[in-house]
Ligand binder design. Sequence first.
Ligand SMILES: CC(C)(COP(=O)(O)OP(=O)(O)OC[C@H]1O[C@@H](n2cnc3c(N)ncnc32)[C@H](O)[C@@H]1OP(=O)(O)O)[C@@H](O)C(=O)NCCC(=O)NCCS
Length: 275
Amino acid sequence: MEGSRKIDGDQFINLVKLSGHHTVRHKGKSGKITSSMLESGNIKRKNLGSSREEIGYEMRFLNEGYLEDIARLQEIMVQNLPDKEIFRLTAPEEFRELLAQKKTVISVLTEDGLIAYNMVCFPDENGDNFGVDINLPQSELKKVAHLKAVVVHPAYRGNELQKRLANIHLKVLQELGYCHVCSTVSPKNAISIQNHFASGFVVTGLKVKYGDLLRYIMYKNIFRTFAPEPEVVGIESTDTDGQKMLIDRGFAGFKIQVRNDGWQVMYGMPVSKLF
Ligand SMILES: CC(C)(COP(=O)(O)OP(=O)(O)OC[C@H]1O[C@@H](n2cnc3c(N)ncnc32)[C@H](O)[C@@H]1OP(=O)(O)O)[C@@H](O)C(=O)NCCC(=O)NCCS
C-alpha cells in the first residue's frame, strides 16, 4: 500500500528543494494574479525529524503559467511512489490541454510554491467516458466529468487536501451543470479510496484501464447521496473476481474496513437508484 512509505531525511530535503520557491506565488503568463482565491488559511508541513510547522496556503485555479510547476510536483510524487502501478502519469500535453481550460485545475500554493493539485476533465460522449464503464445511460454521458488526478507533496500530506480539493471541485462541477463524476483508483491505493468514500464516491466498477492497470471506477452522483440497504458484505480488496461479481449484481462499495491482516471493502445494495 502506498501509505506505508516513510521519507528519510535526505530524501525529504531533496523533495522540498525540488519544489524550489519561497513565496506564495500566483502568477499568470505575465506573472500577474489571474484567478481569484478559492480558500486560504494554514496547513501543517512536515519538517526534518518529523516536526510539524504551520504554513500559510492559498487555493486557486491554475493556468498555463504553471505548466512547469505542475510537472515538477508530479515528478516529486513519482520519485516517492513505492508502487508505480498506482498512479497513471499525466503527459505534458495533457497538462497543457487542461491548464488551457478554465476551472480544470485547483492548486494549493505555499511559500514552497505549488504543493498540491486536483485536476478534472470533461470526456466526450463518444470518447473514453467512464460513464460507459459503469453502464450509465447514453443520454447521461454528456453530464459526466472525471476527476483526473490529485497529487499532494509528501511534506504536506495529512492535511486532508485530497478531500478538500475534491469537495471544492465537486461544487464547481455542480455549478457547471455536471451531474455524474467518475474517477479511477488503484485497489492498492487505500488512502485515495478512503478519501473518495469520504467525498461520497462509491465503487461501481472494477476493470483494467489505461492498457494494463486494474482500477476501481468510483462514481458520485452530485444530486443523490448513496445509502446502502442494511445487509452489507465485506470482501478483500485483492479479491477481484468476488468484487466484480458483487458489482454485476448491483452492489456498490462504500466503505473500507481495516483488519489486522489488511483491509476489506464493504459493499451494499443502494436503497434507491444510483443514476
Ligand atoms: C493520495 C494523496 C493525494 C492523499 O494525500 P492527503 O490528502 O494529504 O492525505 P490525507 O490527509 O487524507 O492523509 C491521511 C493520513 O494518511 C497519511 N498519508 C497520506 N498520503 C500518504 C502516502 N502517500 N504515504 C504515506 N502516508 C500517507 C497522512 O500523513 C495522514 O496520516 P496522519 O493522519 O497520521 O497525519 C497523496 O497520498 C498523494 O499525493 N499520493 C500520490 C498520488 C496519488 O496516489 N493520487 C491519487 C490517485 S487516485
